[in-house]
Design a protein around this ligand. Structure first.
Ligand code: ADP
Ligand code: MG
Length: 295
């Protein structure tokens, strides 16, 4: 093998092997071994560990770190607006949601099986939260993931079409293992946007998993896609292998801010000074039909 090692420092000092080792470890892209080898060597000497175990320990550390780095990169590439998991999800707040099914979905077998998930329900019931949690779980289990709102996806597709790079974008969208399309129905799509979005779902059919969240029941999807025929074909593909999460209920945000207001009335004013993320009035219940302005 003719490895490209670059100029090797000369000299007969005791530091030479260490310098060479550092150089080679960088070349081999083993940053954890580079960082840890001296410390682990001291521990090995202290504990009387033989050289095979010493090497094994170092390689294990490198592997663990590498997995962590790859997962972090995958999470970055998924473009989640925020990172959320089910650890912070209160199932009691949304009795319509099938808890067992949701917990099973977190294991991501549906991604391996190229099945879809559709979360339906009114605003503020945790659909995006659950979709984000499923996306995070998929990243942690090694599946490439991409999160977009339906509106952003349609815009990106139209932009790509105008710039003659639609095929490239479509190929990217087809290859991702889990595509999450959030908020279908909040903003009406243009005719072209609807058709391009349909093509994405169509191209992913039985090739990869898609999660869709929507505030609209299926009967109202034709209004979003502007065509009964297109919607029929879309639902046919999307619901062939599907897990439906029913998420109708009270808005979590509304309930929280109502709770805070009650608490504020019961307590002295000081206690209300830190009201933080109570949703702004109107934020939770966007009227899907009024929101025709692109956000
Ligand atoms: P939706 O997408 O259904 O409109 P979101 O997922 O955006 O609702 O939820 C609104 C806010 O309330 C988010 O900050 C979310 O994390 C929180 N939330 C909603 N439902 C729950 C729940 N059951 N437990 C914990 N937080 C929740
Ligand atoms: Mg949402």
């Amino acid at each position: 093998m003719t490895a490209k090692t670059g100029p090797v420092p000369s000299g007969k000092t005791a530091a030479v092997p260490a310098v060479l080792l550092a150089h080679h470890l960088k070349q081999l892209k083993l940053p954890t071994i580079l960082r840890e080898h001296e410390k682990v060597a001291r521990e090995a000497a202290r504990d009387g560990v033989d050289h095979v175990r010493y090497l094994l320990r170092l390689v294990e550390l490198e592997l663990l770190d590498r997995e962590r780095r790859v997962t972090e990169r995958r999470i970055g590439e998924a473009k989640f607006p925020t990172v959320k998991s089910l650890d912070t999800f209160d199932f009691a707040a949304i009795p319509s949601l099938n808890r067992m099914l949701t917990l099973e979905l977190v294991r991501c077998e549906y991604v391996a099986g190229r099945e879809n998930v559709i979360a339906l329900g009114n605003s503020g019931t945790g659909k995006t939260h659950v979709a984000l949690a499923l996306g995070l779980a998929a990243c942690q289990r090694g599946f490439s993931t991409l999160f977009l709102t339906a509106h952003a996806l349609a815009s990106q597709l139209m932009e790509a079409r105008d710039e003659k790079r639609l095929l490239k974008l479509q190929a990217q969208l087809q290859n991702v293992k889990l595509l999450i399309v959030d908020e279908l129905g909040y903003v009406p799509l243009s005719q072209v946007g609807a058709e391009l979005l349909f093509e994405v779902f169509s191209q992913r059919y039985e090739r990869g998993s898609t999660i869709v969240t929507s505030n609209l029941p299926f009967e109202e999807w034709p209004a979003v896609f502007r065509s009964e025929r297109l919607t029929g074909a879309l639902l046919d593909r999307l619901t062939h292998h599907v897990h439906i999460l029913e998420m109708n209920g009270e808005s979590y945000r509304l309930k929280q801010s109502a709770g805070r207001r009650t608490a504020a009335r019961a307590e002295p004013p000081k206690a209300t000074a830190h009201q933080d993320h109570a949703a702004a009035p109107g934020e939770h219940d966007r009227d899907p039909h009024a929101a025709s302005q692109p956000s």
